[in-house]
Write a protein that binds this ligand. Structure first.
Ligand code: PMP
Length: 425
């Protein structure tokens, strides 16, 4: 197969090979939580093709809904009316906390939605300054990069008016465990590093590329209070942590009872079809009407049909409940592995958004990038696709399709155990 050679020759260097394997895999087919390569080898997809696959690869109901729509009318711009995206908007608004009027702006991707949320917050508040977290990832557009804290994902010349606050990482955060010092640092940052007037703060309810950092209790609501006191909005980035992935709630922010002003979503919404959305309070979106704005393929009926089917399958197959139950089992088994293998410094996450963090020794907590890479490769040889994350590439992230089974948990944890035992020798 010449695919790898062709990719290496013709893809621009700007396109990161995100989790390169020593031996390239060329995928051909997917079903549920499994993938097959061109040689017929089967893999368990713990990456969920980058957290996009919520209800399972090529889910028959999602594929059928998209095909039916594409055959009837593939595309219709938002200048006109079409029932499918209008229904989707209604369904998305219904997932939001009660007591507010929610409105929806459909985009093609997560970063476009982030970009739009930034503009919406600046337009509504009349303020420019934004806060984001140091180990945040919000996407590849220039605006989304400007609020992406991890330097390795930020290129030169990105727009400004952004100040970063320390992530409340309970394992290696600069203030250790707890929430209060991290919240005080938000106030200090507003006073010392901004104009004092904010447009908003962007928070991933559970950070993805930051290494699966769930916001500790009280952080999201406390951050919202402090930012609102400076005139800003609270913007939840649910691109990875939404759609029932955390098990207990449909949206990650619900864990803290905070009601965001704007919610950004993508990935799991389309189960692989390109779609993103900003869901905002109606009054927050209203001032944007003073200028022109639309995304050519935003509200595309084909992607919207897929997204509607995803919502229905989530409900009919009880996938949020499955994420909670199977995620709890996987977490428990990862904790057993931590008891056995000293290379694991931390095990964390919620639902089916979990990570292992590797360290050279537990006292110094020195990140062990090499061990991470070794276990990653060993698991691949056993047919398990993981992903490396964290600012030091020291974490293995597990974000599978939400239909992961108990048998998959056995397979994955047995393979991890074998890989860790082999690496220790
Ligand atoms: N926010 C988060 C938390 C993400 O993980 C991503 C994508 N990895 C984005 C935003 C950007 O989404 P997209 O790649 O669809 O532009």
């Amino acid at each position: 197969d010449s695919t790898a050679a062709r990719r290496d020759q013709y893809y621009a260097a700007s396109l990161t090979r995100f989790t390169p394997f020593r031996d390239p895999i060329v995928f051909k087919k997917g079903q549920g939580q499994y993938l097959w390569d061109t040689e017929g080898r089967k893999y368990t997809d713990l990456l969920g093709m980058n957290v996009c696959i919520s209800v399972g690869h090529s889910h028959p109901r999602v594929v059928a809904a998209a095909m039916e729509q594409a055959q009837e009318l593939t595309h219709c711009t938002t200048m006109f009316y079409h029932p499918t995206p209008a229904h989707l908007a209604e369904e998305l608004a219904a997932t939001m906390p009660k007591g507010h009027d929610w409105v929806v702006h459909l985009t093609n991707s997560g970063s476009e939605a982030i970009d739009l949320a930034m503009t919406m917050a600046r337009t509504y508040t009349g303020n420019l300054d934004l806060l984001a977290l140091r180990t945040a990832y919000h996407g590849p557009t220039a605006a989304a990069q400007s609020i992406t804290g991890i330097a390795g994902w930020r290129h030169p010349g990105m727009p400004g008016n952004v100040a970063f606050v320390p992530e409340p990482n309970q394992y290696r955060g600069i203030f250790g465990e707890g929430t209060a010092p991290y919240l005080d640092e938000i106030t200090r940052t507003i006073q010392t590093a901004t104009s004092g007037k904010l447009a908003g703060i962007f928070v991933e309810s559970v950070q993805g590329y930051g290494g699966i950092i769930a916001m500790p209790p009280g952080y999201m609501s406390g951050a919202a209070d402090r930012v609102r006191a400076a005139g800003g909005l609270y913007i939840a980035d649910e691109v990875q942590s939404g759609f029932g992935r955390t098990g207990d709630h449909f949206w990650g922010f619900e864990a803290d009872g905070v009601v965001p002003d704007i919610v950004v979503m993508a990935k799991g919404l389309g189960n692989g079809f390109p779609i993103g959305a900003v869901v905002a309070r109606k009054d927050v979106a209203a001032p944007m009407a003073e200028k022109f704005m639309f995304h050519t393929y935003g509200a595309n009926p084909t992607s919207a049909a897929a997204a509607r089917a995803v919502l229905a399958v989530m409900r009919d197959e009880g996938l949020q409940e499955n994420a909670r139950a199977v995620g709890a089992k996987l977490l428990e088994r990862l904790q057993d592995l931590k008891d056995k293998h000293s290379a694991i410094g931390d095990v964390r996450g919620k639902g089916l958004m979990l990570a292992l963090e590797f360290v050279t020794d537990r006292d110094s907590k020195t990140p062990d990038k090499e061990m991470t890479a070794e276990v990653f490769e060993a698991c691949r040889a056993e047919g398990i696709i993981l992903s490396k994350s964290g600012p030091f590439q020291q974490c293995l992230r597990m974000v599978p399709p939400l239909c992961l089974s108990q048998e998959d948990v056995d397979h994955v944890t047995t393979s991890l155990d074998g890989a860790l035992s082999a690496a220790a020798n």
